[in-house]
Design a protein around this ligand. Structure first.
Ligand SMILES: Nc1ncnc2c1ncn2[C@@H]1O[C@H](COP(=O)(O)OP(=O)(O)OP(=O)(O)O)[C@@H](O)[C@H]1O
Length: 258
């Protein structure tokens, strides 16, 4: 049923091709916010299943991944998402791109787990009753039926983040974008969430400061001051990034550099 509803809605709009691969094509794309250049000269195509995004604080990672779901649009160059020009694609992107934020408290809006999951289904056109029934089936399929009636506010941080991931997965997106999803989690919850992410059929683009989270990834993008400094396999990019950190950490620490 979810497929029918999604397909029906796609047929109404028909701008994006959810099967398009590369799913994102940047050509000289950049963005200025408040007279400050945040991203510059990005030319790259994204098609791999597991793509990581790294870089120091303020390098533009969050702004970059927000472009993948149309939350930010380039003001220079071009960006095509799922085969369509980003601005035209933007209204359709919530159906194709699930976005998970760092802090689950900024994402979850309903009191209980079941309601949070059901919301995505109502967004796709299901009525309230059907949404709740399908939410329960979905939670069961992910081994989380015991959480269904739980107040989200009372869950552990790991459980909250899992609910946030499930609440976007229920909409069957083609791409899942995660912006530092493990930041507030302990080592065990972090590992569980990472394993869950790796087990998904969706394309994944994930930002993280913890380089260990990119085990099993296909490609890493290293952003520096809004530009793509390096783009390649995890082996080569993570090694170069760590070498750069070691070299820089030898430099006298100045508050302005933090
Ligand atoms: N809405 C905004 N208004 C003004 N400046 C912004 C805005 N959003 C981001 N910036 C600036 O753009 C730069 C890049 O921010 P962004 O959040 O994309 O970086 P990041 O690499 O994700 O950082 P972090 O690792 O700290 O999360 C930062 O200097 C930030 O202050």
């Amino acid at each position: 049923m979810a497929f029918w509803l999604t397909k029906n809605r796609q047929e109404q709009a028909r701008v994006c091709d959810p099967e398009a691969n590369p799913f994102a094509v940047f050509e000289g794309a950049g963005l200025e916010i408040g007279n400050r250049r945040i991203l510059s000269d990005l030319t790259l195509s994204l098609k791999e299943d597991r793509i990581g995004v790294i870089g120091l604080n303020g390098s533009g990672k969050s702004t970059f991944v927000r472009m993948l779901n149309g939350l930010r649009l380039p003001d220079h160059g071009s960006l095509r998402l799922f085969g369509a020009e980003a601005e035209k694609a933007a209204p359709e992107l919530p159906r194709h791109v699930g976005f998970v934020f760092q802090n689950p408290d900024h994402q979850a809006i309903f009191p209980t787990v079941e309601e949070e999951i059901a919301f995505g289904l109502t967004q796709l056109g299901a009525d309230k009753r059907e949404s709740r029934e399908r939410a329960l089936v979905f939670l069961q399929a992910h081994g989380c039926e015991a959480l269904a009636a739980s107040p989200i506010a009372e869950l552990s941080e790991g459980q909250k983040q899992l609910v946030c991931i499930l609440s976007v997965l229920v909409m069957e997106p083609r791409l899942l974008v995660l912006d530092e999803p493990m930041t507030s989690l302990d080592a065990l919850a972090s590992r569980r969430i990472r394993d869950k992410i790796l087990s998904l059929p969706q394309k994944i683009v994930m930002v993280s400061h913890d380089l260990g989270h990119f085990e099993g990834f296909d490609r890493i993008l290293w952003l520096e001051e809004g530009r793509l400094r390096m783009d390649g396999s995890p082996f080569e990019v993570l090694r170069a990034f760590e070498a750069d950190i070691s070299r820089r950490s030898g430099v006298k620490l100045e508050l302005a550099a933090l």
